[in-house]
Write a protein that binds this ligand. Structure first.
Ligand code: ATR
Length: 261
């Protein structure tokens, strides 16, 4: 089968390398390519994909939200998350899914259930994670702008960082979904790590670099930390499972990414 990841820019995507490791482990001759789609060609996407006989593809920045208008059928989870990261084409019909939230959830499965979870940021990644966790946990968003959660089709409390002391003190899990920690932001953390319980788990969805200021501060305090690598692997594995109905070899996928980094 033929798969791809589309985006703009796309050349830094590790998805082809990761999926090829899976194909090799499963001994299939599937293919997976990175496809740069210039914004001025996005409205031709269906023709481009059809011409390349692609069976399924992933979507990255900046097209996850726009993709809702392109597919024929939107899965409920993707609708609630407001973004599509996986398209499966079956008999010419385009089905849209979102595996980002479920990918993250799988990466912290052993820590969740009835927990106080604090999510930093209120963008697309935050919405995917909040939607996947809010039914079984108490989820609170911290963001500079609390209005961003107002139009989500599920109810999440949001506070500003300045009014978050008690929320931080009660948190069991903190998840950073903001770009704070990526290059250019290196020295900042948005919350005071010293206020967290000693049993708290701190996560960042970033995996390049493999550690970020918030994870470093948490590790220095001896807290359990989790970066975004497993989320990335899990979302890819879930996409593969949607496309093929087969289980992906997640260990091979993860090792390929680690070897590259
Ligand atoms: P993504 O789709 O990857 O989640 P996004 O939609 O651009 O990205 O969302 C990024 C989030 O990081 C936003 O919640 C943003 O805060 P605002 O909603 O207040 O803009 C947050 N963010 C970005 N830069 C930040 C910074 N320097 N400090 C704090 N939060 C920041």
């Amino acid at each position: 089968m033929k798969f791809a990841v589309i985006g703009h820019p796309i050349k830094h995507s590790l998805s082809p390398l990761m999926h090829h490791a899976n194909f090799k482990a499963l001994q299939t001759d599937d293919e997976y390519t990175a496809l740069h789609i210039d914004p001025k060609h996005f409205h031709h996407l269906r023709d481009i994909i059809h011409e390349k006989a692609i069976d399924g593809f992933n979507i990255t920045i900046p097209y996850k939200v726009d993709m809702l208008q392109v597919v024929d059928v939107v899965d409920t989870k993707a609708q609630m998350i407001g973004a599509i990261n996986t398209v499966h084409i079956k008999d010419g019909v385009w089905y849209g899914y979102n595996t980002d939230g479920a990918g993250f959830k799988a990466s912290i499965e052993e820590h969740i259930g009835g927990k106080n979870i604090v999510v930093l940021g209120a963008g697309g990644a935050s919405r995917a994670i909040c939607y996947t966790l809010f039914k079984d946990n108490k989820v609170t968003v911290l963001n500079r702008n609390c209005n961003r959660v107002a139009d989500w089709p599920f109810q999440i409390d949001a506070y500003k960082y300045e009014e978050s002391d008690v929320i931080i003190q009660q948190a069991d899990i903190v998840i950073n979904t903001t770009p704070v920690g990526m290059e250019g932001f290196m020295s900042e953390t948005l919350i005071d790590i010293a206020q967290l319980k000693s049993s708290a788990v701190v996560c960042d969805i970033i995996y390049t670099p493999d550690t970020t200021p918030i994870l470093q501060s948490a590790a220095q305090r001896g807290l359990k930390i989790i970066n975004g690598l497993d989320m990335f692997v899990n979302q890819g594995a879930l996409s593969y499972e949607i496309w093929t109905g087969k289980q992906a070899n997640k260990a091979a996928m993860k090792q390929a990414v680690i070897n590259h980094l």
